[in-house]
Design a protein around this ligand. Structure first.
Ligand code: PEP
Ligand code: MG
Length: 758
């Protein structure tokens, strides 16, 4: 079927002829719109191009009033054409004049036209114009027509960019004012602070040849390039720094699967059959991908589409015979639209200090890797590539979720001081890692760390944490595209336990669902995912998943204690049902004579307030409690923990929440059940101080918070702190934070200088 001349293929050939033909640039552009109109059986075909100031100007038209050329202008976002440019997405409408964004321009004489199909003309990821066809009769354009128009727009983009269709001086510089300091906001996806010189990730390889001379030859080139791509990934997997396991490996393995995906190859072949070269076909499918990516909010699907984007770029490199990532100078900051996990690993990570992405998601592989490697990453930074020039000084401030571009001298110095102080501080905490975490009056506080990646466990040594108070097992499931098999799960847990040695590890069973999407469960959009089908609710409805995980945990902890807890439990009945599954597994081990744990402690996370009203029953059955303040605060104050507008609205240091936690602590103490606090609150010195005053003696926090927490513990006189804070709570004082901060300062309590309430 590849040698049947399809309609787009014929059109591409004809376009090629017009473009190579005689005449001035503008005349050729006019010839192009005429051809498209004929081919698509449309009464109108127009090209709008971007002028400075994000103005779209009509440059050529077949069908609209020719006088309107260079007269009709629209702003980005204005009218349907402006909407296409603003969103960078195609738009098809049967009844254009009825669309709320329709903007009528008398000079074009466009009243009689009903249907509208517009696609953006994109070059190097930026919209440089819009290509439109219109029909008199209301009609529905087909997917094929939209695709064909996109293919044409892509070819046009290159010709316009290279000056073949429009005089180069006519085209706008869309980039913003360079040279001035600028602060761009985004979303922190991997913590930390970094400064360095910008390196723009050359995502897109320039495609220079679009129209295929010989379709068979292009098909062959594609298959050869795909084979080379797979080999390249295999080589990366075999490289010594990949090691035997860990997340990098899992990510790349998932990645290799995509490279072998037949659907992807077929789609590219289909585009080749429509008359494109192999490169252009890869780019064409990638454009489709980008469109799907911008249309979906499903975090898992987005992450996978990003991987495909990464692969497309890599495939284009192979086709163009170009090397992989450029060499980095010392202290580089990588700026990219998006970055695939393998693309990140291509760079010299000893020189890469930070990453800025225009897109990205906290659950994307690249973010998971950046966190595992301690590279600060700020994502969702709109227009980053537009505003940053290579070599610009860039500060990645993942503490405040922004990026400072070309900062003024004083700002730069302040940050450099902060970065240096941080490094010194880290060293000083490291030096204190063996000091006991005992208050001045001799009360021992257990400081543990939260973890989720195998790499994290190495931090037990560096921080001197007493154990892992919360191991988030879902991470392993989120970076993979298939359900981790029993042996893969067991291996991971065994490695964690082995690194932990004598120190206890509290495994939390899968906390999936909500926004933590995994590929192997049907994902239905929920109106309130945080309160939806997640965590223990899924586990009880799909007990096989939980049973397998428990089996892996039990096998991994053969001969030692297993500590396991359940997330998002809302009733004692749920806890009982989950515990029964544990017991059933234990009996299975006994029956089959398999070596299992020497004992099993079964605990529960307190994240849903309802549990506090069945506390006594619960405490008679649970071996330990772990208070997850992140979710607890969310449900206690009814405040979405992911909504940036609400982040600072309800301070956990409030009489209401502290009274609630106190009630948990007192009852747990009475019944003699250990209680740990493991949410973010536990890792903020001032908040932790309040928790200690409530009687909490066990805290689990992110590894970087251990050093500051130890220093705080060692600087306090507990009875004095208790006295002050309990009285403060009883007084009903609303503004507890500043009062408490002043108290800490006055009493020489080490609360650090970092952000204490994010
Ligand atoms: C919590 O909710 O406080 C918690 C520790 O769990 P996560 O942040 O993983 O939901
Ligand atoms: Mg939680």
């Amino acid at each position: 079927m590849s040698d049947l001349p399809s309609r787009p293929r014929i059109l591409l050939r004809q376009l090629h002829r017009v473009m190579a033909g005689p005449g001035r640039a503008e005349e050729r552009l006019q010839g192009v719109v005429r051809l498209i109109a004929q081919n698509m059986v449309a009464e109108v075909c127009s090209v709008y191009l971007v002028r400075a100031g994000e103005i779209l100007e009509l440059f050529a038209t077949e069908g609209l009033n020719p006088q309107a050329v260079h007269q009709t202008r629209l702003r980005f976002g204005e009218g349907l054409v402006g909407l296409v440019a603003q969103r960078g997405l195609p738009l098809r409408i049967q009844e254009a004049p009825k669309h709320p964004r329709f903007a009528y321009r008398a000079e074009t004489g466009e009243e009689p036209y009903h249907s509208f199909l517009g696609v953006p003309i994109i070059r190097h990821g930026r919209v440089i114009g819009v290509l439109v066809v219109q029909n008199v009769k209301p009609r529905e354009y087909t997917d094929e027509e939209e695709e064909a128009l996109q293919t044409i727009a892509m070819v046009l983009a290159e010709l316009i960019g290279s000056g073949e269709l429009v005089a180069p001086e006519e085209i706008a510089e869309v980039a913003g004012p360079a040279g001035l300091p600028l602060t761009l906001d985004g979303e922190a996806m991997a913590a930390g602070l970094a400064a360095g010189r910008a390196v723009l990730h050359e995502g897109a390889i320039e495609v220079t040849r679009y129209v295929a001379e010989d379709v068979e030859q292009e098909r062959k080139r594609l298959d050869e390039a795909l084979a080379a791509l797979r080999e390249e990934i295999d080589r990366m997997l075999a490289s010594p720094e990949m090691g035997a396991g860990g997340e990098h490996r899992e990510v790349l393995e998932a990645y290799r699967m995509f490279a072998q995906d037949r659907g992807w190859r077929d789609r590219i072949l289909h585009a080749i059959d429509s008359g494109l070269t192999a490169e252009a076909a890869v780019e064409r499918v990638a454009q489709d991908n980008r469109r799907r990516m911008s249309a979906t909010e499903d975090p898992y699907l987005r992450a996978r589409l990003h991987d495909l984007e990464d692969l497309s770029r890599r495939l284009l490199r192979v086709l163009a015979g170009q090397p992989r990532a450029p060499r980095l100078e010392e202290d580089s900051i990588l700026v990219a639209r998006n970055l695939g996990p393998a693309e990140l690993l291509d760079y010299d990570l000893t020189r890469l200090k930070g990453v800025v992405l225009e897109e990205g998601a906290p659950t994307a592989h690249v973010a998971i890797l950046a966190r595992a490697m301690g590279i600060p990453l700020v994502g969702r930074v709109e227009g980053a590539r537009e505003h940053v020039e290579p070599g610009d000084l860039v500060i990645v401030d993942a503490e405040n979720a922004h990026v400072l571009v070309r900062p003024a001298e004083e700002v730069r110095e302040t940050y450099e001081r902060a970065i240096a102080a941080r490094a010194r501080e880290l060293e000083s905490f490291f030096a204190e890692r063996d000091l006991p975490s005992i208050t001045r009056d001799g009360v021992e506080i257990t400081l543990m760390m939260n973890a989720g990646l195998v790499n994290d466990t190495a931090l037990l040594e560096r921080t001197g944490a007493a154990g892992i108070g919360l191991f988030r097992t879902e991470f392993q499931f989120m970076v993979r595209s298939t359900l981790p098999r029993l042996d893969a799960q067991r291996e991971l847990y065994a490695r964690v336990l082995e690194t932990a040695g004598e120190r206890p590890v509290y495994f939390r069973t899968l906390d999936i669902g909500g926004d933590k999407v995994v590929p192997f469960l049907p994902h239905e959009r929920e109106a309130n995912p945080a309160m939806g089908w997640r965590a223990i609710r899924i586990a009880l409805d799909r007990p096989v998943l939980l049973r397998y995980q428990l089996r892996a945990l039990m096998q991994a902890s053969a001969g030692r204690a297993l500590r396991v807890m359940f997330p998002m439990v809302a009733t004692v009945a749920e806890f009982r049902a989950a515990r029964a599954i544990v017991e059933k597994e234990q009996r299975r081990f006994e029956r089959l004579g398999i070596a299992g744990p020497e004992r099993v402690e079964v605990g529960v996370m307190v994240e849903v307030p309802s549990l506090a009203f069945e506390l006594r029953e619960l405490l008679h059955e649970a071996d330990f409690l772990s208070v997850g303040t992140n979710d607890l605060v969310q449900f206690f104050f009814a405040v979405d923990r992911t909504n940036p507008k609400l982040t600072r609205r309800y301070d956990p240091l409030s009489p209401a929440l502290l009274r609630f936690i106190r009630r948990l602590v007192v009852t747990a103490d009475q019944i003699g059940v250990p209680l740990t606090v493991c949410g973010e609150m536990a890792g903020r010195p001032l908040d932790a101080l309040a928790l200690l005053a409530l009687g909490v003696r066990r805290l689990s926090m992110s590894p970087s918070a251990i050093g500051p927490a130890r220093r705080m513990v060692r600087s306090i006189d507990l009875p004095r702190v208790e006295n002050f804070i309990l009285q403060l709570i009883d007084s009903g004082e609303r503004e507890m934070r500043s009062t408490l901060r002043n108290f800490a300062r006055d009493h020489g309590i080490a609360i650090g200088s970092g952000a204490d309430f994010i």
